[in-house]
Design a protein around this ligand. Structure first.
Ligand SMILES: Cc1ncc(COP(=O)(O)O)c(C=O)c1O
Length: 390
C-alpha cells in the first residue's frame, strides 16, 4: 500500500485546515469528514429541488443500495446480503428486540461492557420480564470462555460488542461464540461499531446467520444519521416496531390484518428518513476507494498509529495506566488510558488543542488515517504532561 498521505490529507481542508492548529485524536468517536461530504449535502438539496418527490426513485434509493453493498463488503459479507438502515444502532437493535415478547421471558446473554443504549434498553426490558444475563468482561483474557458458558439452550438472543467501546479490546474467538449461539437456537447480534472501517472481524462458521449492527459516525466518516443492520437471508423475525418502509410491495393492495414484511432487509426498515446521510456516505465511500483504503489498508494504518501512541505513552513512563491491549491482534482503533480524572484530562487537553474523550475513568486517544506522526506525538506529549499535572 502506498498512500500519498499529503494528497489524502488535503481532502480534509474543512476539518483540518480551517480551524487552527489542533490535533484530532477523535478517530474512535468522530473522524473528520472529507470535503466531498460537504458537496454531497448540497447535491442532496439540489436533487430534491430537481426531482421533488421523485428523488427517492431517481437519487435516494440507488444510493441506499450502493452504500449498502459497499458497507457489507467492508464488514466482510457478500455485497448482496440483506441490510436495513436506521438513524442509530439503537433504532435497529430495539426493532430486533421488539421481535421478542416479554411475557415469554426471553433469555438474553450480553456483557457488562455494552454501550449505553444497549445497556439501558436491556435493563429496561428486564423490568418488563426479559431475563438478561450480564457477562463480566474482566479479566478480558477469559471473556470468551465466560460468554460461551453463558450461552445455554433456551437463550433467545446473544447480544454483544465485537470490540469493546471502553478500551478497543477485540473479543477473542468471535466465530466460536457466534456458532455456539446458533447451535442453541439463539439470535446472534453483534455490535460492530468499533470494528467498522478499522478492524476486520472473523465471523466463523455461523457467518450466514449473524445480525450485525454498525454505523457511520465513527471510523466511517459518514457522519450521523446512518446506521445499519446486516440480516441473515433467511430471517423470519417479525418486528413489532414496524413502519411502512418494511413492505412497500403491499402498499397498492387492499389492507389486511396480516402484517407482512418485504424481502431482503426490508423487514427491519422503519419509515421516511432524511436522505442526506446517504449522500454523504456515498461520497465518502468513493473517496476511500479512490485512495485504495479498503479495510485491510485502514487496519494497517490504524495498527501502526495505535502502536505509536502506546509506545509513546510507555516512553513517557505511563505504561501502568494503559488499559488497551499490548497485543496488536486484540487492540482495535484507539488507546485507552486509565485515570481517575480522565474527564478533567479531556478538558485540559482541549485547552492545548488536543481533542480526545473519556468514558468513566478511561481517557480515549483515537488516531485516524489523515493524522501525521508529528500530530500523534504532539497529542501523546500533551497527554503525558496533563496526566502528570492532575
Ligand atoms: C459500541 C457502540 N455501539 C453503539 C454506539 C452508538 O449507538 P447509537 O447508534 O445507538 O447512538 C456507540 C457509540 O456511539 C458505541 O460505542
Amino acid at each position: 500500500m502506498s498512500l500519498d498521505h499529503a494528497q489524502f490529507r488535503s481532502k480534509y481542508s474543512a476539518f483540518l485546515g480551517a480551524h487552527g492548529d489542533r490535533v484530532l485524536l477523535t478517530g474512535h468517536s468522530h473522524q473528520a469528514w472529507p470535503d466531498v461530504a460537504r458537496d454531497a449535502l448540497t447535491q442532496c438539496f439540489d436533487d430534491a429541488a430537481r426531482f421533488v418527490d421523485d428523488k427517492w426513485e431517481h437519487a435516494v434509493f440507488p444510493r441506499v443500495t450502493s452504500v449498502g453493498e459497499r458497507v457489507l463488503t467492508r464488514m466482510g459479507f457478500e455485497s448482496t446480503d440483506a441490510i436495513a438502515f436506521g438513524k442509530s444502532t439503537h433504532e435497529l437493535v430495539s426493532r430486533l428486540f421488539s421481535c421478542f415478547r416479554a411475557d415469554k421471558r426471553p433469555r438474553i446473554v450480553t456483557t457488562k461492557s455494552e454501550f449505553h443504549s444497549l445497556y439501558r434498553q436491556l435493563t429496561r426490558l428486564e423490568e418488563e420480564g426479559f431475563e438478561v444475563v450480564w457477562v463480566d468482561t474482566t479479566p478480558r483474557a477469559e471473556l470468551a470462555d465466560r460468554l460461551l458458558e453463558a450461552i445455554t439452550p433456551g437463550t433467545s438472543v446473544v447480544a454483544f460488542s465485537a470490540v469493546l467501546y471502553e478500551d478497543a479490546f477485540i473479543v477473542p474467538r468471535l466465530g466460536e461464540i457466534l456458532a455456539r449461539a446458533v447451535e442453541v437456537g439463539a439470535v446472534p447480534l453483534v455490535d460492530a461499531y468499533h470494528a467498522f472501517n478499522v478492524a476486520p472481524l472473523a465471523w466463523g462458521p455461523a457467518k450466514d446467520h449473524v445480525y450485525v449492527t454498525a454505523g457511520g459516525y465513527k471510523y466511517a466518516q459518514f457522519g450521523e444519521g446512518i446506521c445499519w443492520l446486516r440480516i441473515p437471508r433467511d430471517s423470519a423475525l417479525r418486528p413489532v416496531d414496524t413502519g411502512w418502509f418494511a413492505d412497500f410491495a403491499s402498499l397498492g393492495s387492499p389492507r389486511t390484518r396480516d402484517v407482512r414484511y418485504g424481502g431482503g432487509g426490508a423487514r427491519f426498515n422503519g419509515a421516511t428518513f432524511d436522505p442526506t446521510a446517504f449522500y454523504r456516505a456515498d461520497a465518502v465511500l468513493e473517496h476511500f476507494d479512490a485512495f485504495d483504503l479498503d479495510l485491510t489498508a485502514l487496519r494497517t494504518v490504524s495498527t501502526i498509529q495505535t502502536r505509536r501512541i502506546r509506545d509513546g505513552l510507555v516512553a513517557r513512563g505511563l505504561s501502568a495506566l494503559i488499559a488497551s491491549s499490548d497485543d496488536d491482534a486484540r487492540r482495535a482503533g484507539f488507546v485507552a488510558v486509565r485515570h481517575a480524572r480522565a474527564g478533567d484530562a479531556v478538558t485540559r487537553l482541549r485547552d492545548l488543542g488536543v481533542f480526545t474523550d473519556a468514558r468513566h475513568d478511561l481517557l480515549r486517544l483515537g488516531p485516524a488515517p489523515y493524522l501525521t506522526d508529528s500530530e500523534i506525538d504532539r497529542g501523546v506529549d500533551a497527554t503525558a504532561r496533563v496526566l502528570s499535572e492532575l
